[in-house]
Design a protein around this ligand. Structure first.
Ligand SMILES: Cc1ncc(COP(=O)(O)O)c(C=O)c1O
Length: 389
């Protein structure tokens, strides 16, 4: 038997944060009090009514495959959510329920990108995007962005860099790792540019609902041929339930359905029944409460960081991230993160995971810990900064 891996495996970078995470877990196991601000996962879990609906589904053995694009009731519930919260009327047939946003991104790459083509995206951005493209023989065309533009691609630069092999633009708002929120005006202009250039636009709205400054809207309110990706992982705090969705234009429904049938057969059934409860008024009230809690944490972290000379590099308007420039302290943020972890047991993610352009300057804080823990983290970082090197 051969042990030769496919060439693409070598092109897929491991997460740098894994090294930090592995060490943080070792420290946890040895009884150290580690403050975990490294993982992009809410410290909340599914609300009770959702979890109970999942248990009911198991108990009543509603555990077979669903239709490939998801339970009709769930697609209707998602469409109603868009109407109620974002004033977007949507044909539920356009919604394809997937195993997480990850499944949706993978499906989109297969749906819209040929081998040898490339898709533009800002540097920094969510790293797995690059890898979903490699999987289809394509690649990411990372566009250098400026901190003063809040890491958004300048639209003239976009036009200048567009090549014959460029097939689309993938954006995310609120963004990971920066927490920046793109304006409706920016997305509308990007849409016009990309359409004029003959490409497709995808907006990853996985952090939708977690907007503290700026407008919480859907790109679907701009045009109905923008591909929009979302998930139950973040706002709905259901990471491990592996449930997300993509909204495709009418003309792509049949093709996307065919791919979903082949790639997934269906998204997890128990999770779909559980998610049906995620849009109830009661669940929504709980999510809103959590959003307020996240905002309190965001404010505490921003203030604490500013007080110790580590202000956010760009406005942390949404998601649960603050991106900080540490280049006045270190020439390599990853080395700094590892040293901080050893000395003070605070785990952060180095910028190198999110891109190449000056990424060694940055660290990402995820405010997925209580205000008290964030205060404690600031105290420890302050002590670390004051300690002799
Ligand atoms: C911007 C972005 N997109 C997609 C994902 C994938 O999320 P999931 O597959 O859990 O829905 C993540 C996860 O952190 C993310 O940050």
């Amino acid at each position: 038997m051969t042990n030769k891996l496919a060439h693409r495996v070598a092109q897929i970078a491991p997460f740098q944060v894994m090294e930090i995470l592995a060490r943080a877990k070792e420290l946890d196991a040895s009884g150290e009090d580690v403050i975990h601000l490294e993982v992009g996962e809410p410290d909340f879990t599914a609300v009770n009514s959702v979890a109970n609906a999942g248990m009911d589904a198991i108990q009543s053995r509603q555990t077979g495959y669903t239709s490939a694009t998801g339970l009709a009731e769930l697609k209707q519930a998602i469409a109603t959510h868009y109407l109620k919260k974002y004033q977007v009327a949507l044909n539920p047939q356009r919604i394809i329920v997937t195993p997480g946003a990850s499944g949706a991104l993978s499906l989109l790459a297969s749906l819209m990108v040929n081998a040898g083509e490339q898709v533009m995206m800002p540097d920094p951005c969510y790293p797995c995007n690059r890898h979903f493209l490699i999987q289809v023989g394509a690649k990411a065309q990372l566009i250098t962005t400026k901190v003063e533009d809040a890491f958004a691609i300048d639209l003239q630069t976009l036009a200048n860099h567009w090549q014959g092999s460029t097939t689309g633009l993938w954006l995310a708002s609120p963004a990971n790792p920066s927490g920046c929120v793109l304006s409706k005006d920016y997305i509308a202009k990007a849409y016009q540019k990309v359409s004029a250039l003959g490409g497709h636009l995808m907006v990853d709205e996985i952090y939708q609902g977690l907007v503290f400054e700026g407008e919480d809207f859907s790109a679907l309110s701009i045009a109905d041929d923008i591909f929009v990706i979302n998930s139950f992982s973040k706002f709905f705090a259901m990471t491990g339930w592996r449930l997300g969705w993509i909204v495709v234009p009418e003309w792509a429904i049949e093709a996307a359905t065919k791919l979903a049938q082949n790639f997934f057969i269906s998204a997890p059934t128990v999770s779909q029944y559980a998610a049906l409860q995620a849009f109830s008024d009661d669940a929504m009230a709980q999510y809103e409460h959590r959003r307020c809690e996240l905002n309190e944490r965001r404010k505490a972290l921003l203030e604490g960081l500013a007080n110790i000379g580590l202000p956010a590099a760009v406005p942390a308007q949404g998601a649960f991230y603050v991106y900080v420039d540490v280049s006045h302290i270190t020439s390599d943020a990853k080395v700094w993160c590892l040293a901080l972890l050893e000395a003070e047991k605070v785990a952060l993610t180095p910028g190198a995971d999110f891109g190449y352009h000056e990424s060694e300057k940055y660290v990402r804080f995820a405010y997925t810990a209580s205000v008290d823990r964030l205060h404690e983290a600031i105290k420890r970082i302050s002590r670390f900064l004051a300690s002799p090197v």
